[in-house]
Design a protein around this ligand. Structure first.
Ligand code: 3PG
Length: 306
């Protein structure tokens, strides 16, 4: 089978080699499209692909329509909001992710971002310590649980909200369960977002929620930019000069936020949460193995469009 590895943000060389070895070792052919500039490049490259490995690359209805031989797309990572699931399902294309494989990298970045903001972006201005502060984790999945564990090791109190988990599961994960967003936001000096971008979550982190946070609080977003109501965030930062926002997914109004709020806002230049050699290897090789297994045995364990 012809497998296209399409990564606008390329994997580390070790991951690319590992992916290639696994796929070629199983008799497949690997074609690479890395650092491409235009979506049209992906549409063109996918034309004769039977499988795709992607990261945040956009597998739109156009890509799927242009790839009549396509049978499977594996998003090497957790969030699959970049894949048009409806178009894939209609075309009979299986879509999978590789849950958990890059979680530690994202969790480490969330912790790093908290400390970076606590220390006023590493300027000499007097900062604060995270020890003794409360971290609220919104969505206690693979990443959220790791952030919680690392925060506890730093001496933080950890609370978590997750409508898909029982109190017992949250407690077993090392956090105190809370049951409403208001309660979570009101009690969190740091609030780390780990929700996916879904119709129900897009724009859900709004002015009302953000301004519920206590004095001096910081909102940490290593999830998706779409979950933030950007106008609401701007107004919250305006009305509450004590609040801070740090994100791995730059908002559309970043320039305005930086101009207005200076060191209270920080965004990474490009999403880098999962950009470690380890995460690249874990997620990339898992994706390759899932493709080999799917073609060999029909295994759809990680399919997200069942
Ligand atoms: C994910 O959903 O797995 C992360 O957001 C990582 O995305 P990336 O592979 O584009 O870095």
């Amino acid at each position: 089978m012809k497998i296209l590895l399409a990564t606008q943000k390329p994997f580390a060389a070790a991951a690319v080699k590992g992916i290639t070895d696994i796929l070629e070792g199983a008799g497949h052919q690997v074609v690479k499209l890395e650092k491409y500039e235009a979506q049209a490049d992906l549409v063109k490259a996918a034309a004769d692909a039977e499988a795709l490995i992607i990261r945040s690359d956009k597998v739109t209805a156009e890509v799927i329509a242009a790839a009549p031989k396509l049978k499977i797309v594996v998003r090497a990572g957790a969030g699959y909001d970049n894949v048009d699931l409806e178009a894939a399902t209609k075309a009979g294309v299986v879509v999978m992710n590789t849950p958990g494989q890059n979680s530690n990298a994202v969790a480490e970045l969330a912790i790093a971002m908290m400390i970076f903001m606590a220390r006023t972006q590493f300027t000499p201005a007097t900062g604060s310590e995270v020890q003794g502060k409360t971290l609220g984790v919104q969505a206690f999945g693979n990443v959220g649980r790791l952030v919680g564990a690392k925060a506890k090791a730093l001496g933080m109190k950890v609370k978590a909200l997750d409508p898909f988990l029982t109190d017992e599961q949250i407690i077993a994960g090392g956090a105190e369960p809370v049951h409403t967003l208001d309660e979570l936001y009101e009690g969190s000096d740091y609030l780390s977002l780990h929700i996916p971008a879904l119709p129900s979550t897009i724009g859900s982190i709004n002015y009302d929620l953000i301004t519920k946070m206590p004095k001096g609080a910081t909102l940490v977003n290593t999830a998706r930019k779409e979950v933030i109501d950007e106008a609401g965030l701007e107004k919250a930062l305006e009305d509450r000069p004590d609040l801070k926002y740090v994100t791995d997914v730059a908002p559309d109004n970043l320039a305005v936020l930086q101009e207005k709020f200076g060191l209270r806002v920080f965004a990474t230049p490009k999403k880098m949460g999962a950009q470690t050699a380890e995460a690249n290897v874990n997620a990339g090789l898992a994706a390759a193995r899932q493709i080999v297994d799917y073609f060999a045995t029909g295994n759809t364990k990680f399919q997200v469009n069942k």
